[in-house]
Design a binder for this molecule. Structure first.
Ligand code: ARG
Length: 585
């Protein structure tokens, strides 16, 4: 079987298109839409004939019949059984012969690298603000961003992971004022308690500014001094950022997240004036009540809501920084695509940013990189509201992760009290962090979801422990057989898949590449989770019903091959979700 059969769905599209072009009634505008079919009727269905026939005032059934005749003569489709249904749909069933060839060819060898080879993609994720601890609101960008960047890399892209931290905001004026008032010695700070201290100082600073205008003026003066390069203030600012980032890194280490660059907002502070000047000179930005703004009047919703790029006091803002960032990424990373992973509440910001960049780049006559906002909903508590601690504060990410690991440790200890402590820790870490990641990734990212410890740590259902356990089970099987789970086998004979469980499992495996294609297209990892969950369920059914050990060689080999392929897909899938697999649980 040839390599271009890896993604059966897309290959069928190519084959049917080519066939249609040999038939007079079709023309180049015909698009065969291949879908995964209802299993009662087939594995795939080719649609598109109906729409094409209607548009061209032809009889769909007749066109379908002509296409079917060609398809039945095609060598490419020799191992498929084909049938016409309804007004010109073609149902395709993959024969056991096809499935055996496909599974043997691609077991452990699915190469997706050609899909994005040559593309440079910058992905901007996590990106928390400094001087604060990361809280549960920072969970999703980190988890979703990490999964997407792994997928892009897996599909061959040159991926640049950039953590665009918020290290240059107005919070520093207040914080520096509070630090100076308290004569707080920042050089002597205990790093483990530092962020709590900064948060306390910030709260106190805010309380002062609310009390009295003079404090507000003082905070503003400190901010302006910082922005003008006052050395004392810069020194305090730098110390705060260093300590903050160290705390972020602990969480990144726990969660297996790594960045190539940490170019925060401060990195662009000397690049923003140029952007404002250029946009004004090009006539894209205009003065409005002392501020500099960009109107997108052609865009209904933004007609009366201009994009503010310089405040009336002359200060730049989030928008200005993001404009400078696009330019930098285009010039220095030669980005073809830039992806931003943030909360859904920033949709307006990114839409206006993208519209502005479009006009700006077209005025400069330079090619526009693809800009994508990958946004997500809120994590809710079991009461259906944004998740909070009992006292109403945001839950710190560190506590959340530690608690998950502790809960996983308790479950594992109960299930398997004889584990060595190193093994137990490894399992607790993988299950604890994996459960949080999977609970997040398995939901359509544009929805809110309810955070539930019991659900996400359950060993049954669409959860990380369920998938991890299936992987460990396959490792145990290969251990019992004294065989390598990844070694390539060259069996002398192998029977065709024949039991309903074998056939269902093989068909599910065939769907893996088109699932990857789908997730890549929508950048929605929950489709991968659903697929992995369904595959694991099919595998469990197969594993219960169809014996492996003790069968004749040709049966043993085909079943072992299925186990190997399932293991390969589950391991790959977990990797793409950022979850560490376990060989023993
Ligand atoms: N720091 C921002 C926040 O906490 C997220 C930044 C996202 N990236 C960007 N280029 N705007 O909401």
């Amino acid at each position: 079987m040839e390599a271009n059969w890896l993604d059966v769905k897309s290959k069928l599209g190519t084959v049917f298109y080519a066939l249609s072009q040999t038939i007079d009634e079709f023309d180049k505008d015909f698009t065969p839409e291949v879908r995964v079919a209802d299993p009662r009727f087939g594995d795939f269905q080719v649609n598109g004939v109906l729409g094409f026939a209607k548009k061209n005032k032809k009889n769909p059934r007749e066109l379908g019949e002509k296409l079917l005749i060609k398809a039945k003569q095609s060598d490419d489709l020799a191992d498929c059984s084909l049938e016409l249904s309804g007004p010109g749909f073609i149902n395709i069933r993959l024969t056991p012969d096809f499935l055996r060839k496909w599974v043997s060819t691609f077991c452990g060898r699915c190469d997706f690298k050609q899909w994005l080879v040559g593309k440079t993609i910058v992905i901007d994720y996590s990106s928390p603000n400094t001087a604060k601890q990361m809280h549960v609101g920072h969970l999703r960008s980190m988890i979703i961003g990490e999964s997407i960047q792994r997928l892009l890399r897996f599909c061959g892209a040159n991926v640049i992971r950039d953590n665009h931290i918020g290290d240059w905001g107005t919070q520093f004026g207040i914080l520096i004022m509070a630090i100076k008032r308290e004569k707080f010695d920042i050089t002597a700070i205990d790093p483990t308690a530092a962020l709590d201290e900064f948060e306390r100082l910030y709260r106190e600073g805010v309380a002062l500014t609310k009390q009295n205008q003079t404090f507000l003026d003082e905070a503003r003066r400190e901010l302006v001094a910082l922005q003008k390069g006052d050395l004392e203030n810069l020194h305090i600012w730098k110390a705060i950022n260093t300590v903050s980032y160290r705390a972020f890194e602990k969480i990144y280490n726990q969660m297996g997240v790594v960045f190539d660059y940490v170019l925060g907002e401060s990195f662009y502070r000397d690049k923003v004036d140029h952007v404002c000047n250029e946009l004004e000179a090009l006539g894209i930005a205009e003065k409005n009540q002392g501020a500099l703004v960009v109107f997108h009047r052609e865009h209904g919703r933004f007609k009366d809501q201009p994009f503010l790029i310089r405040k009336s006091d002359g200060a730049s803002n989030y928008a200005t920084t993001d404009l400078a960032t696009v330019l930098y990424r285009w010039e220095n990373f030669l980005a073809d695509t830039i992806i931003y992973v943030t909360d859904g509440r920033q949709q307006d910001h990114f839409q206006q940013l993208f519209l502005t960049v479009e006009r700006w780049f077209s005025a400069k006559n330079i090619p526009l990189p693809q800009l994508k906002h990958v946004w997500f909903g809120t994590v809710l508590g079991e009461d259906g509201r944004a998740i909070k601690t009992r006292s109403g504060e945001s839950i710190k990410l560190k506590q959340l992760i530690d608690e998950s690991i502790a809960r996983a440790r308790a479950i594992v200890t109960e299930k398997n009290p004889d584990l060595l402590s190193v093994e137990r820790e490894k399992i607790a870490h993988s299950v604890g962090t994996g459960a949080i990641k999977y609970a997040d990734l398995s939901q359509n990212r544009t929805n809110d979801y309810v955070f539930s410890w019991n659900k996400m740590l359950s060993f049954d259902g669409n959860t990380a422990p369920y998938l991890l356990y299936a992987v460990a089970r396959i490792y145990t099987l290969f251990q019992r057989l004294n065989l390598s789970p990844h070694g390539r086998r060259e069996p002398k004979s192998m029977a065709d898949f024949s039991t309903p469980e074998e056939l269902a499992l093989a068909r599910k495996l065939v769907d893996f590449p088109n699932t990857i294609a789908q997730v890549l297209h929508d950048l929605k990892p929950h489709d991968l989770c659903t697929y992995l969950f369904e595959l694991t369920s099919e595998f469990s059914t197969f594993y219960k019903a169809d014996r492996i050990i003790g069968e004749t060689e040709d049966i043993f080999e085909k079943r072992l091959l299925l186990c190997q392929f399932v293991l390969y897909v589950l391991e790959t899938g977990l990797y793409l979700l950022g979850i560490e697999k376990l060989e023993k649980m």
